[in-house]
Design a binder for this molecule. Structure first.
Ligand SMILES: [Zn+2]
Length: 129
């Protein structure tokens, strides 16, 4: 376990975490795919701070199916699909308080641009509690 918060691509790799991108081209495309950390690292470096650079990253990632930029992200473990079942996250590694705050902030940021009734998407990802 790392003694410090997990923030960089290197941290994600070392702890077996995965970043999953969901196409945000709602109503047109529901493509989602895990990001390949080693490919990201080629562009931004292993020390890239995911939380700080998330918006920058989203602006550079293009959906391979419809070409839309700005996917939304979910974090999970490599090889498994992320299951965001709320803040309790049974079965996942506990997050630090700082991470939970970050995640909550991310969720809120994602919700800002969503239509109110788009609360559940493919894969059963749910927001809120
Ligand atoms: Zn798409």
């Amino acid at each position: 376990m790392l003694a410090r918060p997990i923030r960089t691509l290197e941290d994600f790799r070392d702890t077996g975490r995965a970043i999953h991108a969901y196409c945000s081209h709602y109503y047109h495309c529901s493509h989602d795919a895990p990001l390949r950390l080693e490919v990201l690292a080629v562009h931004v470096g292993w020390s890239f701070d995911f939380y700080q650079g998330k918006d920058y990253l989203a602006g550079r990632l293009r959906c391979s199916r419809c070409g839309w930029y700005f996917p939304t992200f979910a974090l999970g473990h490599a090889g498994t699909r992320p299951a965001f079942s709320g803040t309790h996250g049974a079965g996942t590694v506990p997050h630090s308080t700082e991470q939970l705050i970050d995640l909550q902030r991310d969720r809120e940021a994602n919700l800002v641009n969503e239509m109110p009734w788009v609360g559940k998407r493919k894969g059963g990802r749910r927001f809120g509690r």
